[in-house]
Design a protein around this ligand. Sequence first.
Ligand SMILES: [Zn+2]
Length: 109
Amino acid sequence: MDNEKKKRLKKKEWKVGSVSEFLNLTKEEEEVIEKRLDNQQDETEKTDVKLEAFEDPNHKGNSSEYHTGKTCIEGECENPAGTHWSPHWCFKHNVERIRRIDSKLKFFI
Ligand SMILES: [Zn+2]
């Protein structure tokens, strides 16, 4: 928490302190909880690393059987166009495109 926020909270008579102070934990209990939180963080990072089908170059949807014989619609790109997700983009640009759409969707949710 930054100091500015602490000051503001104190002004409003909020109790400012660590979780262990708040819950009245012993040092040992605090360590256990911190370890758990760390593990949780690791789990989240792992799921982030997992590739979606569209961004996995080895996925069937990105294999050459979907290539249209044309080149990618994106700018100067010379890669073969065509994936399971769209006939117009190469694998790389299709990933960028879907991520763009995905982040816009998240913005609206
Ligand atoms: Zn491309």
